[in-house]
Design a protein around this ligand. Structure first.
Ligand code: CA
Ligand code: CA
Length: 257
């Protein structure tokens, strides 16, 4: 019994998604770009195998080369400011666009006023990611807890002599105890992380359930029964469970071991 109570508490305290962008609709909705170096090259949305997002989808791309070497200082940040908590993390994936010219440098930026940005984290590639592999980051934003911040990326301090462009995809702000939408349905998934069978606890009867992978692929869709959803064959990683009740859709995040 102690085990079960603990399990439910863990689920209740899981990180929730404040925002999530996979850019698969080829849209910058919710984001603002700024070409600080003024060369006319800034963040774009690409879906090619070399400069696109994960698994052939659209993703963010900022170039170091365009018919000549560039020295980018390209900003991209959220249109809205978000409340940061002690548990807030920016989660995203990144990859170079060229395996030879790979020496990208980029950072995560935050700002209280949307004008003056601070680099809270940065990365300089010392090796390229191999084919099909992307780097994954969870950047801790707890230093700004209690503040409302614009959040984004800066591609800077690198050039077209040794770099070609940086790709970023599947960007989400995670914060414990906050969620995208106000909703009236209590809904948790457990265990989390899960190995074989994913269960849902809710105070209402659940109709349809879907499970979506980080790349946007729907890996399960159907009715929910009390035996749980068989997830043993899913690849290890982060997934989202959506339940529908009337015209509400509610999302929870879980990790497959
Ligand atoms: Ca994408
Ligand atoms: Ca530029």
């Amino acid at each position: 019994m102690i085990c079960c109570i603990f399990g439910l508490l863990m689920a209740a305290n899981a990180q929730e998604i404040t925002f999530k962008y996979d850019f698969n609709n080829n849209s910058f909705d919710g984001w603002v770009g700024y070409d600080a170096d003024g060369d006319g090259n800034t963040w774009e949305l690409h879906n090619t195998t070399t400069s696109g997002g994960m698994n052939g989808t659209y993703g963010l791309f900022s170039s170091c080369y365009n018919a000549g070497e560039l020295t980018p200082e390209n900003y991209l940040y959220t249109e809205d400011a978000y409340l940061i908590t002690e548990t807030s993390q920016l989660h995203f994936f990144h990859c170079q666009s060229d395996i030879v010219y790979y020496q990208e440098n980029f950072g995560v930026i935050v700002s209280e006023n949307g004008i003056n940005f601070t680099i809270v984290w940065s990365k300089r590639y010392t090796a390229p990611h191999t084919d099909g592999k992307w780097g994954e980051e969870f950047v801790d934003l707890s230093e700004y807890a209690g503040k409302t911040m614009y959040i984004g990326f800066l591609h800077y301090d690198c050039n077209g002599f040794s770099a070609n462009g940086i790709r970023i995809d599947n960007v989400e702000l995670l914060s414990e105890g906050t969620s995208i939408a106000e909703n009236t349905i209590s809904f948790e998934v457990y265990p989390n992380p899960v190995e074989n069978s994913l269960h849902i606890s809710s105070d209402v009867e659940i109709e349809n359930v879907s499970i979506v992978a980080m790349n946007g692929a729907v890996v399960y869709e159907g009715a929910y029964n009390k035996n749980g959803i068989y997830v043993a064959e899913l690849k290890a990683g982060v997934y989202f469970v959506n339940i529908e009740k009337g015209d509400e859709t509610i999302t929870r995040r879980f990790v497959k071991k």
